[in-house]
Design a binder for this molecule. Structure first.
Ligand code: PLV
Length: 322
């Protein structure tokens, strides 16, 4: 990649999480990317390949893909239209507008907004920026793993990687990165919330399925159907992908604990992954023999997210009564 938009993010050791897990925990701080999440890696790469001559980009998003597209478009001096569903909080709309994007609210969930983005791309001749389902996105996301390898140095390899899954783009990127690094045998724990669990549903059904609705408050995990590539990876024997779900309450509690202990505010989409540590899920997987009892360093992808501030946190707490 020539010039790129993402940053090389810090890899921090978390003492409090390490204590809970009983192994060293490293946090890949994707929350510190411009635009607030890992999405900038893939979307920056995709736009460099597809949008240099563009008259404008259009992106459907729960929020963070849109933030990345708006940021990249501004840097490339290309107009950006972001389509979000009505479930995205007002603070995201404001942040997208502050980034210079035109924002349209269409439909109830991301899938509705996506149909409109595809239509606009077709009728207006705009470059469509998908939030999770494209090989260029996965290639861009993969850089986070090669960076981790460089930060850890030779001879150190993660014992497992912990990620959140929405539409599965992050998962595909992490797997791509593990392949690039020669770490394909590292198990991945893929986390979703109940009610935004399209990957878990696909793994259980043995085929890609479409959820009836998104009932989780982790709206940025709210794709009704996981991308085919993510499902395909789950079926291949060379990768170990452990699909698990947590409740919204657990994801929100994880956001709060992470804020208290690491002094960083992330959204519930990220809290889903963090909850695997705070609820004792990692320990349970070890007890069940699904992860080694002597676990190497646990790599947590802190995917971040802009759909949160103290007011939104209070709103979610009230809604979920935590
Ligand atoms: N969010 C997408 C899809 O939403 C979006 O439009 O922003 N963590 C955060 C903070 C996210 O924003 C997302 C995706 C994920 C994790 C999951 O990534 P994915 O979709 O690549 O699995 C509907």
């Amino acid at each position: 990649m020539a010039e790129h938009f993402h940053l090389n993010t810090p890899l921090l050791e978390s003492v409090s999480m390490s204590k809970r897990v009983g192994a060293t925990v490293y946090l890949k701080m994707e929350n510190s990317q411009p635009s607030g999440s890992f999405k900038i890696r893939g979307i920056g790469h995709l736009c460099q390949q597809l949008a240099t001559q563009s008259k404008g980009v259009v992106c459907s998003s729960g929020g963070n893909a849109g933030m990345a597209a708006a940021y990249v478009a501004r840097k490339m001096s290309v107009p950006a239209t972001i389509i979000v569903p009505s479930s995205s909080p007002q603070l995201v709309v404001q942040r997208l507008q502050d980034e210079g994007a035109t924002v349209r609210i269409v439909g109830k969930v991301w899938d509705d907004a996506n149909a409109e983005a595809l239509r606009l791309a077709e009728t207006e001749g705009l470059t469509y920026v998908p939030p999770f389902d494209h090989p260029l996105l996965w290639q861009g996301h993969a850089t986070m793993i090669t960076e981790v390898a460089a930060s850890l140095g030779p001879g150190v390899k993660p014992g497992a990687v912990l990620v959140s899954v929405g539409g599965g783009g992050l998962l595909c990127g992490v797997i791509q990165g593990l392949k690039d690094t020669g770490w394909s045998d590292v198990p991945i724990i893929a986390m979703e919330t109940v009610g935004a669990d399209c990957f878990n549903a696909a793994v259980k059904a043995g085929k890609v399925v479409t959820l009836d609705d998104i009932t989780s408050e982790a709206k940025c995990l709210g794709a009704k159907t996981v991308c085919t590539k993510a499902f395909e990876y789950s079926q291949r024997s060379e990768f170990t992908i452990i699909s698990e779900i947590v409740t919204d309450q657990e994801a929100l509690q994880a956001v709060e604990t992470f804020l208290d202990e690491e002094r960083v505010l992330v959204e519930m989409a990220c809290g889903a992954a963090l909850a695997a540590v705070y609820t004792g899920l990692i320990r349970r997987l070890q007890e069940e023999g699904r992860l080694p009892s002597l676990l190497g360093p646990l790599l947590v992808i802190v995917c971040g997210g802009s759909s949160v501030d103290m007011k939104q946190l209070a709103t979610l707490k009230h809604k979920l009564q935590t």
